[in-house]
Write a protein that binds this ligand. Structure first.
Ligand code: NDP
Ligand code: AKG
Length: 434
């Protein structure tokens, strides 16, 4: 095969692999396999608009690797979705699942669209049409879908139902993050935020910090960012800045997160929050841009929106000593180098946001066993896994004198390498052998 895809995001994503390979011994065969996505599907998705016209959308599903189990990963709806982006996201899922030792490979999907431009009925038709288009590519033992940016439990319910219609049998374990009424797991909605919270709470003492003395800025106030803001504020952290796609608000004395959550749910946009600050009890807040939020002098910075937010252009202006990557891929490789040289600790996405896929795994297990867990059972198991893996990544970084990101990749790579090698050399692919 020729060069792996050379577009920027995937090149950036996969260079993390090259760096980790300097610190771990795995076979050349395994390395070669991990450099390429196993399968990438591009589909045209027809959707009948409410006005009767037909519109075709571009969609993707990439299964990066399935050596350790079925592909696993979310589906995003966003205008910037491309094959390059989906391949990168599927690559990160592969390492995330291996890091948490989940019996899954990595996959991801997406449709290039602005979900806000569609009615609810159109979104349902589009989601069902996407599943029609990828139905032969997915399955409970092949590749399992989940929510991501601008998709949610409702969308997952439609997708699971469509797959079940195609296969003429109820198949809950082909999709996780479903509504509870359709076999969803308790705790999945808040799982990514709770997992991130555990990573932060586990690492904070290592940096000799207490929640009460810690100021936090969060970019992205969606399913994960808003929930995490609430968890942190309830535990005594001072959340001083939050933002969404329209911009942000900053109050050095701390924001009243519950009222912002309430107001944003009702009005959808942060702009509405800051235009009517009396509603959310914000004291002397400033309206700031997303670029300004990233550069605030805070103790903890949490990108929780899109990739490529901290780049070579702004890395020298980041003033937070600690960055917890809740979004997938918010820091470019070049920015990582700059932050590292400046002594800024970046806790990597494949660890920080792994709570979501961990509870997706719990959901898949529950669907297959038919035995459903309580919220406490789900959250206890999630907390234990997140705390244990965070401590292990921290220890590996110290033992090897490498960054937390490299330590996380090394741990994931060992599991991936062992699985690839355990499958053997598959000699039947070699024509020259007896
Ligand atoms: N959901 C999950 O379980 C998981 C999510 N992640 C990652 O976490 C991140 C957030 O996902 P999730 O919370 O589910 O997504 P949501 O769609 O629920 O929320 C996304 C948030 O990001 C904001 N946003 C969008 N564009 C921008 C922008 N250009 N600048 C600033 N903010 C922006 C949105 O603003 P607005 O409210 O105005 O639309 C919204 O508040 C993504 O990177 C995702 O891949 C990772 C692991 C699991
Ligand atoms: O829950 C899942 O399966 C995957 C969630 C996801 O897309 C992610 O972790 O980036």
């Amino acid at each position: 095969m020729a060069e792996p895809p050379s577009k920027l995001l995937f090149t950036d994503a996969s260079s993390r692999l090259d760096r980790a390979l300097q610190h771990v011994e795995i076979s050349e065969d395994a390395i070669a396999r991990l450099k390429y996505p196993k399968a990438s599907l591009t589909v045209a998705i027809p959707m009948r608009r409410d006005d009767g016209s037909l519109k075709i959308f571009q969609g993707y599903r990439v299964r990066y690797d399935d050596t350790r189990g079925p592909g696993k990963g979310g589906v995003r709806y966003h205008p910037a979705v491309t094959l390059d982006e989906v391949q990168s996201l599927a690559f990160w899922m592969t390492f995330k699942c291996a890091l948490l030792d989940l019996p899954f490979g990595g996959a991801k999907g997406g449709i290039a669209l602005d979900p806000r431009s569609l009615s609810r009925a159109e979104l349902e038709r589009l989601s069902r049409s996407y599943v029609d288009a990828i139905a032969d590519f997915i399955g409970p033992d092949i590749d399992v879908l989940a929510p991501d940016l601008y998709t949610n439990a409702t969308v997952m319910g439609w997708m699971m139902d469509q797959y079940s219609i195609i296969h003429r049998k109820m198949t809950p374990s082909v999709v996780t993050g479903k509504p509870l009424a359709l076999g969803g797991s308790r705790g999945r909605n808040g799982a990514t935020a709770l997992g991130a919270y555990e990573v932060i709470a586990t690492l904070l003492p290592k940096f000799e910090r207490q929640p009460q003395d810690t100021t936090v800025a969060i970019q992205g106030f969606g399913k994960v960012g808003a929930t995490l803001a609430g968890l942190l504020a309830r535990s005594g952290y001072r959340v001083v800045a939050v933002s969404d796609s329209q911009g942000g608000i900053y109050a050095p004395r701390g924001l009243d997160i519950p009222s912002i959550q309430e107001y944003k749910t009702a009005h959808r946009s942060m702009k509405a929050v800051y235009c009517e600050s009396s509603v959310c009890n914000i004291v002397e807040h400033e309206v700031i841009s997303n670029a300004e939020l990233l550069q605030l002098k805070v103790d903890v910075l949490i990108p929780a929106a899109l990739e490529n937010q901290i780049t070579a252009d702004n890395a020298r202006n980041i003033r937070a000593p600690l960055v917890f990557e809740v979004a997938n891929g918010p820091t470019t490789v070049e920015a990582d180098r700059i932050l590292d040289a400046r002594g800024i600790q970046v806790v990597p996405d494949i660890l920080v946001n792994a709570g979501g896929v961990t509870v997706s795994y719990f959901e898949w297990v529950q669907n297959r066993s038919g035995l459903y867990w309580t919220q406490t059972e789900v959250e206890t198991r999630l907390r234990e896994r997140m705390q244990a893996e965070t401590a292990a990544v921290w220890a590996a970084a110290r033992d090897r004198s490498v960054s937390l990101r490299t330590a996380a990749y090394v741990r994931a790579l060992k599991r991936l390498g062992a699985a690839l090698d355990a499958k053997g050399t598959r000699d039947y692919y070699r024509g020259d052998r007896p």
